[in-house]
Design a protein around this ligand. Sequence first.
Ligand code: CUA
Length: 421
Amino acid sequence: MRLTTLLPTLARLGRPALALGFLALFSGCDLNFWRMDGHQSTINVDGPVARSQRDLFYVTCWVSLVIFILVGAVLAYATFKFKARSAADEHAEPPPQGHGNPLVEMGLIAGSILALVFIAVPTLKAIWFTYDVPAVEKANAYEVTGTGYQWWFKFEYPGELATVPETKGQAPLVTANELVIPAGRPVRINLRTMDVIHSFWIPKLAGKVDMIPNRANFLWLKADAPGYYWGQCAEFCGDSHAVMRFRVIALGAKDFNAWLDSQMQPARKVEAKVADAGKPKAQFASLRSFKTNETGFAVGNQLDVSPLEAWQAKQFPDAGEDAALIAKGRALFQAKTCVGCHTIRGDGAQGVTAPELTHVGARTTIAGGLLENTPEQMQRWIHGPAAVKPGNKMGKGYIDNKISLTADDEAALVAYLQSLK
Ligand code: CUA
């Protein structure tokens, strides 16, 4: 079909097609979509820093909307008022042309300046506010250090000293990929990187601030209430940038202190006699939050238990632990050179190039926030890290160190790692 015949046809179809398109959109999406309330929403936010960023976004939207309406209205007025109304009009001489109107020109300049001021004042206020913890809250701020690695995050708590049996001493608490913070309290996060530039972003709380080699960046945030938040690296950093994720878990003061206490302990040892001591786990086999996160956008996610409850359930030992299998896994962790890269305090593993695993069983995710921390997913991860997360060091380590694992080895390693609550 030639373009000249196609265009009028398309124009005739235009309106019904548009209506159909809207209908499809409406029927395919639920309320969460229209409320723009995904896990990584910057519109439905849960902290003062993200709120300030969102409000500034709204200011620029409203100013732009006013300009759009004014310019559009003038354009529409001119188009209809001065259009040719007859054949004679079409061939008439153009009317006398104007050459500038001082009043209009001054008005436009003044209007532009006014629009800029409208945007600039709240922008400067927001930059000031989001830069650092407000002076009145500074004394109450909690300090954490986040370090980006290809492709995971290390979190250090410089103010908390954890027990290190290997050195018979203490060292600042280190965790990975799940940042636990006190809710309702400002948290100042030092941002570092071990390799390339990463960017630290928790859409519902704050961000983005880059983690730059040889530069000491930081950001601050506050979670209004206890909650479970999705984070994401927001700067391209190599093969698996898109799946460089993390979580932030905000807890009330009492829960936060209880969590710190348990994290300070060295690795948990499962004795045969207490194998069944676990508290009942919340059922979250059908918790779809992680699946929707894997596909990138959470629309219509029905949760049978909230993500925070799922996290809380992970803090307790699983029922029916197999002490012999766990002991075999611990030995394999040494034998298969996992100890060269990972730290498990109390079990002789002191590697520092990979995520700290002393309490990995108590996390909701593994592999840099990519996979839900279930035995099946963990087995999938240690079976073929390169297939799950292209380019990662563990996959390369398997090849360099000629590591091969049988199905029994994998089961033992999974049982051991899951027992580390
Ligand atoms: Cu780290 Cu993208």
